[in-house]
Design a protein around this ligand. Structure first.
Ligand SMILES: Cc1cc2nc3c(=O)[nH]c(=O)nc-3n(C[C@H](O)[C@H](O)[C@H](O)COP(=O)(O)OP(=O)(O)OC[C@H]3O[C@@H](n4cnc5c(N)ncnc54)[C@H](O)[C@@H]3O)c2cc1C
Length: 357
């Protein structure tokens, strides 16, 4: 008999699938739709940890009035299910190679909020599940064997932590001028970030508004040459080399940045762009021995192959494209094409075709 302290035995493997897709954002859903339409058995597992803010997407083709990000996701789940993809809410905790297959362990989600090191929860889990997905079963704990794996696990960490933050995301708190610069026309905007990317974002914003200031967002100040600070000044962009003491906001609207300087200077603003390095969600990629670039992003070919045959990656977790929904959808589709071809018997492939490059 086992004592309570002992680690429980893994559940017996009950399923073997053509493909497991990890992550149910734009990339994972696109992969699942296309894999299912190629008549492959596909299971998509998503812990719904991110992509939950109530922001609008204005630059995705086909939605002239914009579409809530959550709605794209809800429609994607419906589309994948329609073609027979199985969808589970769960956390894929481990992934290991086993001969030519892959063993994945799926855990149940903790009650009461998303897991992981991403930003804190904004939607109570039950309400969120009902609102976004309808009745999607929780999966796990269980183990499955997959002939191919598509990792579409996204990234962590666009935004700083502060009270009211989640209500501001997508309304008055942004990170990407390609996504939301148009919404900044003639607004008073503050950029928070200390490096060249932040400085460049401040310059990029001048296309939309002349009222831009930049705050380093850390006590050490900026990490750019003095000449860049001079460039900012020459373009009328005030630069504050200090941390932010307070992000003043109410009901989703930013009102001011209060600086962590001796006078606690208050800079009235209407919008904030935070420029922070994101971290690719690459735990499973590491477990599978995938090549990562120095930023921790999964290295893929233009057809979404990784260095491990049978494993593909798509979306924000990869190194290829700018992190946008259109890129994630494209990469998910490409990954599905690659995974589908991987499943062909050797005699079904073009002579001399190298499967995994
Ligand atoms: C606030 C905001 C505004 C944006 N605005 C725009 C815009 O206007 N236009 C635009 O094109 N793009 C926009 N983007 C970017 C766009 O949302 C991303 O590029 C896109 O969502 C990437 O899709 P993805 O599938 O790679 O990752 P995500 O959408 O992040 O999905 C990854 C999913 O994988 C899940 N996951 C990770 N690890 C595991 C695991 N181990 N087990 C189970 N599930 C796991 C996560 O919970 C998450 O649900 C915006 C992003 C944000 C945050």
């Amino acid at each position: 008999m086992r004592s309570p302290e002992q680690t429980p035995e893994p559940e017996p493997v009950t399923r073997e699938l053509d493909c497991v897709v990890v992550g149910g954002g734009a990339a994972g859903l696109s992969a699942a739709v296309n894999m299912a339409r190629m008549r492959r058995s596909v299971l998509l597992v998503d812990e719904r940890d991110r992509f939950r803010w109530q922001h609008m997407i204005h630059n995705y083709l086909g939605f002239p009035d914009g579409i809530p990000a959550a709605e794209i996701r809800r429609l994607g789940w419906r589309q994948a299910a329609r073609y027979g993809a199985e969808l589970l809410l769960g956390h894929v905790a481990t992934a290991t190679r086993e001969g030519e297959r892959f063993r994945l362990r799926i855990e149940r989600l903790p009650e009461g909020g998303p897991r992981g090191s991403g930003p804190g929860p904004s939607i109570p889990r039950d309400a969120g599940i009902a609102r976004l997905f309808g009745e999607v079963p929780q999966g796990g704990p269980m183990e499955v064997l997959a002939r191919t794996v598509i990792l579409a696990t996204g990234v962590f960490g666009h935004f700083p932590e502060f009270p009211g933050r989640d209500d501001c995301v997508g309304r008055s708190l942004f990170w990407c001028i390609h996504c939301d610069g148009y919404e900044s026309i003639d607004r008073v905007v503050g950029v928070v970030g200390h490096d060249e990317d932040a400085v460049q974002t401040a310059f990029d914003l001048l296309v939309f508004t002349s009222r831009v200031a930049i705050v380093a967002g850390r006590p050490e100040g900026f990490e750019v040459p003095a000449s860049r600070l001079a460039d900012l000044a020459a373009n009328g962009i005030a630069a504050h080399p200090c941390a932010v003491a307070e992000y003043e906001n109410r009901d989703g609207q930013m009102h001011a940045l209060v600086l962590d300087d001796p006078g606690r200077t208050r800079i009235p603003i209407e919008q904030v762009y935070t420029v922070r390095r994101t971290r690719a969600a690459n735990d499973l990629a590491r477990q599978l021995g995938l090549e990562l670039n120095p930023l921790g992003q999964i290295v893929v070919t233009s057809e979404q192959h990784t260095n491990v045959p049978g494993v593909y990656a798509a979306g924000d977790a990869t190194c290829l494209h700018d992190h946008q929904i259109s890129a994630a959808v494209h990469e998910g589709n490409q990954a599905a094409c690659g995974a589908n071809y991987h499943l062909y018997a050797p005699a079904q492939r073009a002579p001399g075709d190298d499967l995994d490059c």
